[in-house]
Design a binder for this molecule. Sequence first.
Ligand SMILES: [Cu+2]
Length: 438
Amino acid sequence: MTSRRNFLGFSGMSAVLSTVAATSAQAKSTATPAEANQANKAKEELGYNPVRTPNGWTLPYTKKEGVKEFHLIAEEIEHEFAPGSTAKCWGYNGTTPGPTIEAVEGDRVRILVTNSLKEHTTVHWHGLILPSGMDGVGGLSQPQIAPGETFAYEFDLKQNGTHMYHPHADEMTQMAFGMMGMFIIHPKEPEPIDRDYCLLTQNWAMHPGTYRPDPSVMVDFDLWSFNSKVFPAIESIVARTGERVRIRIGNLSMWNHPIHLHGTSFNVTGSDGGRWPKSAWRSESTEIVGVGQTRDIEFVATPGDWAFHCHMSHHTMNAMGHGIPNPTGVNMRGLEGKIRDHLPDFMAMGENGMAEHQQHIDAGHHPGPANTLPMMTGSGPYGPIEMGGMFTLVKVRDDIAPNDFSNPGWYNPPTATIAKRISSNPSYGNPPRKPKSG
Ligand SMILES: [Cu+2]
């Protein structure tokens, strides 16, 4: 099997190139006007503004004698991270992440869990205050749910906030394969939020050329995702100018993620402890969401296309190499022919930095392993964006209808507000440099 490490070693020093053309089109949101109307109706009927799970969905429930009953089914699924990379994953009700569960503080919920896997499982309700026997730790708080069995969890929701669910049975494998979801509990009193989004972070060891995540990997991951998708397949966060937007971020991955939003100073306003009192809010542009934590950020939308991403720069890349010789500054031109005697596919790259990789990918130069995304993907109105992984866009426009979540396309800024070229002469101007001492 080709591992992430040795694959890069032979393919030309640094980048993973793909047989598939880089996906330049952005992920389209699927909301239609009919759905928008439904969302409005839902808001009135529900008494809260439902969360939107980009690329995901919310689990419907039935009300039985005052209890909200949900039904999860744990199962193997075919999952696409972005066009060009699919895998056998495990999830709930046909998706990873599983559907978002949404309810209101004070509700009594019954959650049926059917196990359609070939090994046992449980579900732990991460962050919820509940009876010990409902906590979902296999062997500790309950017998395991054997293949084919259905268990019922039932408890009162005694809090509000941004929570998660995941197995507490063969966790290393089941979570590495994608079994996780968000559990949002709204307060009884509606909150002054216009658009409420939730994103769950995860990492995947999808080694180049393979079709199933590797659960044994601890640090050297290939894909970094929001709601199990990687850029450019992650739906944009859409808002109308002036709206108050909340993004709830949960982390069930193996790394902490410093989540950064461009163009605004957001407030960190909540967590699994609910919406904090204003005195506890913090103004930030980057907030670390630690493993096992959730964080809510809120901001007032300002027009533009704004990058929203993890600030670990390797987490905004797809499959790439670690621990290989650094090619930057190395003249490889003489070397290329000699190496091709042994490795006909070898292409020297990276002498002047890594940006040329996406150009090679877009030009279709260098076939990489099957089912493997390029390191950098996605193009914007001015060229390659050179991002992948945990990267998406906050798209704010003046003319977006309430509850319209469809992708408005690229922002068209006033001409006077775009950075522009004023010289192509490398000796232009006289930029000051710090004088050499001594
Ligand atoms: Cu990260």
